[in-house]
Design a protein around this ligand. Sequence first.
Ligand code: DC
Length: 221
Amino acid sequence: MSFNVAIDGPAGAGKSTIAKLVAKELNFIYVDTGAMYRAIALFLLNKGISKDDEKAIADVCGEIDIEIKHADGLQQVWLNGQDVSAEIRREAVGNMASATSVYSCVREKLLSLQRDIAATQDVIMDGRDIGTCILPNAQAKIYLTASVSTRAKRRYQELCEKGVSCDLEEIKKDIEDRDYRDMHREISPLKQAEDAVLVDSSDMTIEQVVERIVEICREKK
Ligand code: DC
C-alpha cells in the first residue's frame, strides 16, 4: 500500500516549498493540487469566462484535460497538451483559482485525478482539503499555517526578488480575502483535519519546518 502525506493550509504558508523538500528527503512524489485548480482557472481566463458564471464553467469542464507529469522530481502541469507550469503562477490565475474552486463541477473533476495519483505511489500532496476530503486515510496529516503578516511579508519578498513591483498592504488584503474564501466555501472548505498535526511556521526557518514534518512522517511509518 502507498504511504500518503497530506499537507493543508492557507495560501502563502510555505506548503509547496516545504513539501518539495520533505518529498526529496523521504523519496516521495510531491503533488501540488493548487496547480490543478490554477490550470482550470487559466483555461477559464483564456476563454473569457467569468468567475461568477457557474453554468458556463460547468459547460466547459468536459473540455479541460489536465495531466500531471514529473521531471527531475518537479511537477509539471499540462493543460490540453500544453505545459502551463509557469503561466499558472500569475497572481490573477491564483485569484481565479480561489474563486472557481468553490464549484462542485471543478472539485469533482479533480477529485479522482488526485486520488488516483496517491493510490499507487508514495506521495506528499498539498492543498486545502487533502486531509479532510481527498485522502482521509492519509497516514500522516499536517496543517501548515503562519500569521497573515508573515505570509504577506514572505510573498512581498519573493515578488521583489523577481523584480515585480508590489505593495505589501495589497498583498496582505489579497491573502486575507483568499483565506476567507477558501475557509468559508460550502464544499470542502479549508480546515484542519481532526487528526492533523498543526505546524505554525511563523517563527520557524524552512529547515526547522522540514525537520519537524519529516519527523512526524517517520513516526507514522
Ligand atoms: O495553493 P494555491 O495557492 O496554488 O491554490 C490556488 C487556489 O486553488 C486556492 O486559493 C484554493 C484552490 N485550491 C483548493 O480549493 N483546493 C486545493 N486542494 C488546492 C487549491
